[in-house]
Ligand binder design. Structure first.
Ligand code: C2G
Length: 445
């Protein structure tokens, strides 16, 4: 007898789950299905799980494919189960290819092709719909995004779009996600939402088209280069009753939220100055270093640097100064933004050809917050005072590369499970566009 085992959360049970179980069963004579507990999902960083475990188990049972159902509740359990039940084959969908090769000394490991194109007809008509996501642009960031989506329940990447055939092909080979290269409208028709990760200068047009077609939009920063265009997109989203979110990852991480709240708690007194720096030396042949108009450090990292500034000092600044150092191609390799407020000031520094200390300092009348590089992931920050021996350490939770928090916020806004607009508000995103507009003007002058 050949014993097969597979595991999953099976939240919002769908066609992809069904087909996986069907094929898992066909690999042998006896199928064991491990369903994850809430606790285990929390520990492995799967966010947004909606159905309770009893419902998830019931859905697996109802398929009729499982001969035995067990629960998975801790790290390391897979090896225990394989040994305990005398399992011959471990199988999981191809979104996990490679991740469970460590089980090979214990049994055969098979990754089954995942169901990429889940059709809407088979989706449940319940309150929570599975969000069928399309990715626009298949460059460097898109595969990272795609690999984090599997940690967010309730959303599936069903296809991608890129008119550049070479990049499209590479993405398909890497991710198994089909890429449409010609018909944008056809691509839009088959998704509920899009993630825009195309070159900076195309964000606005894609976002507009997608919103007009009634799709929810998660757009990489900068969403647009002017305040008016950004306002127009938020207006359009409102009119169409669709979610529009700017993808500044830091805003959605648990650690950054906690840091903002500690800053506002009065612990460091009144906040007077915010200094944020983000530099990363970019490859000389990369888009950031060669595209004078739409590359450069500000457009790459300005959103991150401005985020804590606008959150803590507000969007109502009195003065804005932007200075850049350009290289021989006219690319801003280093940019410094300075803002003056009624009762304070702020500085943002970005670099792609200049390296500096990537830290965030929030200075107050009683103390300060120091978050060292990479503060934009916010895995760690400290509160400090006049007495240098007094240091309060914060180690917030952070899993993967942080995309999952942004995606989770997007999904819960679509499902209207919380109006958590405060993570990154339209007002903050529009104010950022205002600074971007000034930056673009300063480059023309
Ligand atoms: N799956 C699929 N096609 C999809 C979506 C999911 O084939 N479109 C597969 C997954 O690869 C997995 C199973 O369905 O094999 C269950 O998926 P999830 O419920 O998302 O669970 P997952 O997070 O993949 O759990 O220990 C838990 C496991 O490591 C994986």
């Amino acid at each position: 007898m050949t014993k097969v085992i597979t595991y999953g959360t099976y939240d919002l049970f769908h066609e992809g789950h069904y087909r996986l179980l069907q094929r898992a069963k066909a690999l042998g004579d006896y199928l064991i299905v491990g369903v994850t507990t809430e606790h285990f999902d929390l520990a492995r960083g799967k966010v947004n799980v909606i159905d309770p475990i009893m419902k998830r188990i019931e859905n697996v049972r109802a398929t009729g494919f499982a001969d035995e159902i067990i629960v998975e509740d801790h790290e390391g359990q897979k090896i225990e189960d394989i040994q305990k039940y005398g399992v011959d084959i471990f199988t999981l969908g191809s979104d996990w290819t490679g991740a469970f090769d460590y089980l090979k000394p214990f049994c055969k490991v098979i990754y089954l092709e995942r169901t990429a194109d889940i059709s809407s007809t088979d989706l449940r008509k319940d309150l929570f719909q599975l969000v069928r996501m399309g990715i626009i642009g298949t460059g460097r960031i898109a595969p990272r995004f795609a690999s984090e989506v599997k940690y967010v329940s309730g959303i599936e990447v069903v296809r991608a779009f890129n008119p550049e055939k070479e990049s499209a092909k590479k993405f398909y080979l890497n991710t198994d996600i089909e890429v449409e290269t010609e018909d944008f409208d056809l691509f839009l028709e088959r998704v509920d939402a899009v993630y825009i990760a195309s070159p900076n200068e195309t964000h606005y047009e894609y976002a507009k088209k997608a919103l007009q077609a009634g799709k929810h939009v998660l757009c990489e920063k900068p969403m647009a280069f002017t305040k008016a265009e950004t306002e127009e997109l938020y207006r359009l989203a409102d009119e169409k009753d669709r979610v529009l979110l700017e993808g500044i990852r830091t805003a959605y991480t648990p650690g950054f939220q906690q840091m903002m709240n500690v800053a506002r708690s009065g612990k460091i007194g009144d906040i007077v100055d915010v200094e944020a720096c983000f530099t990363r030396l970019a490859d000389p042949i990369s888009r950031e270093r060669t595209d004078a108009r739409y590359g450069g450090s500000y457009l790459e990292f300005g959103g991150y640097a401005l985020l804590p500034i606008l959150k803590l000092m507000g969007t109502d600044y009195q003065e804005l100064t932007i200075r850049s150092v350009l290289d021989e191609n006219g690319v801003d390799v280093y940019t410094k933004i300075q803002m003056a407020y009624d009762q304070g000031m702020a500085t943002g520094k970005t670099g792609v050809g200049v390296k500096s200390e990537g830290q965030l300092v929030i200075a107050g009348t009683k103390g300060y917050i120091l978050a060292e590089s990479p503060w934009w992931l916010t895995r760690h920050f400290t509160v400090r005072y006049e007495d240098p021996n007094l240091i309060e350490n914060y180690e917030p939770n952070f899993q993967g590369d942080g995309f999952r928090y942004e995606i989770s916020e997007f999904v819960s806004k679509i499902n209207k499970t919380g109006s958590r607009d405060y993570l990154l508000t339209a007002e903050e995103s529009i104010a950022m566009a205002g600074v971007t507009e000034e930056f673009m003007k300063s480059r023309e002058g």
